[in-house]
Design a protein around this ligand. Structure first.
Ligand code: DON
Length: 317
């Protein structure tokens, strides 16, 4: 009788620290690749000699390598968390205001919004994220404090903070986002004052977190909506499944197909070079390298996730 194939979810077959060490060496040999997101003043001078990677298993065990405790502004990675908060607030009503299809267009595109009458394609494009932020403003008493509290609780890190200076500088140069918010308002798809929505949106992008924080902060998506060892319910198992599906199809902008091809895990990226990923039922992950590829995803972060998924055989496909 041929031996049955090894269970890919049995982690005892893997030396995770050794795998992270190998990836770290490979990435460091390629430092300098990619371009930083210079349309955000605070990101323009970030050096491309930082790489961190962390993974958090469902029992809370952490494996990490490199600059995994250096904080960076999480930018669009925050869209995963604000989507979760918006779903908790209004449930499926959200889908009347935001669609859940991949876009094939850049994250800050305005074209689709006009053609599709103010309904953003998905919650991970900037327009969809602005709607989620609007929902949070409408449904949480102190929206800014609630968002901060949500992130600190998910990451188990009371030191997480927003950076008003960074948010302010992006606000001054964020003309596309300003246009987008006004455009959404013209379709009656923002209920709050446009400036208030933008202020909170830029603040959520400015949240300073590191790889271990971020890996832990998506652990609930690996654990059917429960927050790791404490078992606290963050969202329903159904919502966790759906958020993972949207991360797979739209979490890495118009490169989601390429991510499925090379990585095969639900993932969400941000223009500061962070990418969170989820291995359902196994772990939350985060990689960080500031140099981006032409689609705005961390170039070596994507490479690191590719290597990880192949070395561990943990891609969902
Ligand atoms: O709004 C922006 O352009 C940035 N604060 C965040 C963009 C980002 O990370 C990618 N977006 N999906």
């Amino acid at each position: 009788m041929p031996k049955p194939p090894a269970n890919p979810y049995d982690l005892s077959r893997l030396d995770l620290d050794d795998i992270l060490g190998t990836i770290n060496e490979e990435v460091r040999a390629r430092f300098g690749e990619g371009e930083v997101a210079d349309y955000i003043p605070a990101l323009a001078d970030v050096p491309k000699d930082r790489f961190g990677m962390a993974l958090v298993l469902l029992d809370g065990t952490v494996h990490e390598v490199g600059d995994s405790r250096e904080r960076f502004s999480i930018q669009s990675v925050s869209k995963v968390h604000t989507l979760t908060m918006a779903l908790e607030a209004v449930g499926d009503e959200l889908w009347k205001r935001v669609d859940r299809e991949p876009s094939g267009d850049p994250f800050n595109s305005l074209i689709q919004l006009e053609l599709e009458h103010g309904i953003p394609r998905n919650p991970f494009m900037n327009a969809g994220a602005l709607v989620c932020t609007d929902v949070i403003l409408s449904h949480y008493d102190d929206a800014e404090a609630s968002l901060l509290e949500f992130m600190r609780a998910r990451a188990g890190d009371p030191d997480i903070a927003m950076d008003p200076e960074l948010a302010g500088s992006e606000r001054e140069s964020g003309h596309r986002n300003v246009a987008m918010a006004n455009f959404l308002r013209s379709f009656d798809n923002l209920n709050n004052d446009v400036d208030e929505v933008l202020d909170l949106y830029f603040l959520q992008c400015s949240l300073g977190m590191h790889c271990v924080d971020l890996a832990r902060s998506v652990q609930y998506l690996a654990d059917d909506g429960r927050c790791g060892p404490s078992g606290e319910r963050v969202t329903s198992a159904e919502n966790a499944t759906r958020i993972n599906a949207m991360m797979m199809t739209a979490g890495t902008y118009d490169a989601a197909g390429d991510f499925a091809f090379y990585v095969g895990l639900p993932a969400k990226s941000g223009v500061s070079g962070g990418i969170v990923a989820v291995v359902p039922n196994v772990m939350g992950l985060c990689v960080w390298y500031p140099g981006l590829d032409e689609k705005g995803n961390s170039k070596l972060g994507k490479y690191a996730l590719h290597r990880f998924s192949r070395m561990t055989d943990l891609a969902v496909f």
